[in-house]
Design a protein around this ligand. Structure first.
Ligand SMILES: Cc1cc2nc3c(=O)[nH]c(=O)nc-3n(C[C@H](O)[C@H](O)[C@H](O)COP(=O)(O)OP(=O)(O)OC[C@H]3O[C@@H](n4cnc5c(N)ncnc54)[C@H](O)[C@@H]3O)c2cc1C
Length: 563
């Protein structure tokens, strides 16, 4: 019998609510489900919301009765916000989150590098916004509750899974005892310690790094702007690194590396925590300032991924599929991209709009993304916490040279999570004009946002299926193109035409967006009327033409939705 913790978790700023468990008594348990999702973290909930947007119902199981403990992921990138906008929670995050774009690296009391993340007037969202993960989970849960296609079950723990040729059998334990669910697909979004991954004894590729970091969230009143602060080799913690981030609700995160050989238990002893946090606050000019601890935890950096996210009828996603170091804000930000990708690929397979091979493409694309992130994150990890030998030597050289030499300072640059570009995806059109465009997002890239008017951006108008951005100043979409779109829709493919650039509504388009200042044309490298971009349901570009016609569009759709 599963007995989840029923006491609200402690927090000085987040009022944890304990939800009632879902109990199997009197329920129809024989039903076979198209999708069951194990885990209600960012990956599980965004997958459920994406599936629902594509018309696919799911059951979401979570072993807990409340949102996760502590702030965990606190920095959400612009691309994450664009994904979260699609599932309807971005405005709630913007309302309370703390946006920022500067980072500062300090060494020996001197600021040696100031990073400025690009922020274009066409962007709706800041490069990064800070908010504690519990709030994000709350907003996602409330969006799930409002969605009739999502059956959310608190206090339901996946105990075991059996794969069959065309479905999976999932044994779920509850406070009232176990029951069995049958599902065409099980999404394993059960986090970094995935019991489902262990159950199948799946091995991950990659590396685990030495060295532990403490995360401590404290309430303290510091008169500092919302910027990322990094301190290398501080006097109170020689040879190590300390990071600081401001969070909403008067909270600051202090994140510091432990001296070699110190155990996590020793590091989390209250007196040890206190002396180190006091020392850090004193070092930045606030000796003796009052503060209160909310949450502390210890982590080490790992760069690990499954080499295939699909194990017969079980699909791994988020932390269950890969473990990424939190430097560069990669955990939850990568989970959103996984979930957005999985949502549309799986929905199209479940609805019979594409063959099983579409799921293989999902796995290939996201394993590729994980490997790219691992390569990139590995560099950050080796700089933040150098393993030994040459890496330590290099870091020490950069640190000391940076006091006087401008040219080494960019080496501090913090490689932040950025969206993976599916440049070589098999879903990209092979017969379009991608290669001859000189500007604009290319094959596999996420779209470029464009400000249309105050508070109105291009991406606000897109999503929910394939989008054809059709650049025209004429009065109507050509008949053959309209016919091709109508045919795709009659097969169940969600495809909308957005005409861009005409001064009056364009006949045959689902919507017409003005482009008075030609910003869309410029951003998308458009040279002639009749040019077009095709965006997949995750908004990544899969085709672009200087001149589109029905045959070319049909060809691109067939490539993106292989049978
Ligand atoms: C202590 C800690 C600190 C972190 N700090 C940061 C940070 O500073 N920055 C950052 O970017 N990321 C951080 N992360 C990582 C970030 O929280 C994760 O990357 C993110 O939550 C991934 O989302 P997920 O949905 O894949 O997994 P999770 O959020 O872990 O969600 C897993 C879900 O699965 C459920 N579950 C587990 N087992 C079962 C089961 N058997 N049956 C049913 N449900 C189950 C859990 O209840 C939970 O709902 C931190 C993580 C931890 C643990």
């Amino acid at each position: 019998m599963h007995h989840p913790v029923a006491e609200p978790r402690p927090s000085i700023y987040f009022p944890y609510q304990v939800f009632k468990p879902w109990l199997p008594l009197g329920q129809d348990l024989d039903k076979r489900h198209p999708v069951v999702i194990a885990g209600a973290g960012p990956a599980g909930m965004v997958t459920a919301l994406e599936l629902a947007r594509h018309g696919v119902p799911s059951v979401v199981l979570t072993s807990d009765l409340q949102f996760s403990q502590g702030s965990r992921a606190i920095c959400f990138t612009r691309r994450s916000m664009e994904i979260l906008q699609q599932v309807g929670v971005a405005d709630r995050i913007t309302a309370v989150g703390l946006p920022w774009r500067y980072g500062n690296s300090h060494y020996r009391g001197q600021r040696v590098f100031r990073m400025e993340a690009p922020h274009d007037p066409d962007d709706r969202f800041f490069p990064i916004i800070n908010l504690q993960q519990q709030y994000l989970e709350q907003y996602l849960f409330e969006a799930c509750l409002a969605q009739p296609l999502i059956d959310f079950r608190w206090g339901n723990k996946v105990e075991s899974v059996r794969n069959h040729s065309d479905h999976a059998e999932v044994v779920v334990d509850t406070p009232q005892g176990p029951y069995t669910l049958r599902t065409d697909w099980l999404v394993a979004a059960d986090g970094g310690r995935s019991g489902i991954r262990s159950h199948f004894n799946l091995q991950m590729e990659g590396a685990s790094y030495e060295g532990f970091f403490v995360i401590a969230d404290i309430r303290v009143d510091l008169p500092l702007p919302t910027e990322r602060l990094a301190y290398f080799d501080p006097g109170w913690n020689p040879g190590n690194t300390v990071l600081m981030h401001r969070e909403p609700h008067g909270i600051w995160r202090i994140d510091y590396q432990l001296p070699p050989g110190e155990s996590p238990e020793e590091a989390l002893r209250p007196e040890v925590l206190k002396s180190r946090i006091d020392a850090q606050l004193a070092m930045i000019g606030h000796p003796g300032i009052q503060w209160e601890l909310d949450w502390s935890s210890v982590y080490s950096a790992r760069t690990l991924t499954l080499s295939d996210f699909i194990h017969e009828r079980v699909i791994f996603t988020g932390d269950a599929a890969h473990l990424l170091p939190i430097f560069g804000v990669r955990g939850a930000n990568t989970a959103f991209q996984d979930a957005q990708s999985l949502g549309w690929h799986l929905a199209h397979v479940v609805r019979g709009l594409a063959g099983l091979s579409l799921l293989r493409h999902h796995s290939d694309e996201r394993v590729g993304a994980a490997r790219e992130i691992i390569a990139e994150a590995g560099k950050s990890v080796r700089f933040m916490t150098p393993p030994a030998g040459g890496f330590t030597w290099l870091r020490n050289a950069v640190l000391s040279l940076s006091l006087t030499q401008e040219f080494v300072r960019p080496l501090y640059h913090w490689r932040t999570s950025r969206p993976h570009e599916y440049t070589r995806s098999a879903l990209n059109s092979r017969n379009d004009d991608n290669a001859t465009f000189t500007r604009g997002p290319a094959h596999g890239a996420p779209p470029q946002n464009v400000k249309l008017a105050e508070g109105d951006h291009l991406l606000d108008h897109l999503g929910g299926g394939f989008d054809l951005l059709y650049f025209t100043r004429s009065q109507a979409v050509p008949d053959d193109l309209q016919h091709c779109v109508a045919q795709a829709r009659s097969r169940g493919v969600a495809l909308r035409i957005t005409a861009i650039g005409a001064s009056a509504p364009v006949a045959g388009a689902d919507q017409t967006l003005p482009d008075d200042q030609q910003r869309c044309r410029l951003r998308y490298g458009i040279q002639s009327d009749g040019a077009a971009y095709l965006l997949r349901p995750d908004q990544h570009i899969c085709a672009r033409w200087h001149q589109v016609d029905a045959a070319r569009l049909q060809d691109a759709l067939s490539t993106a939705l292989p049978r």
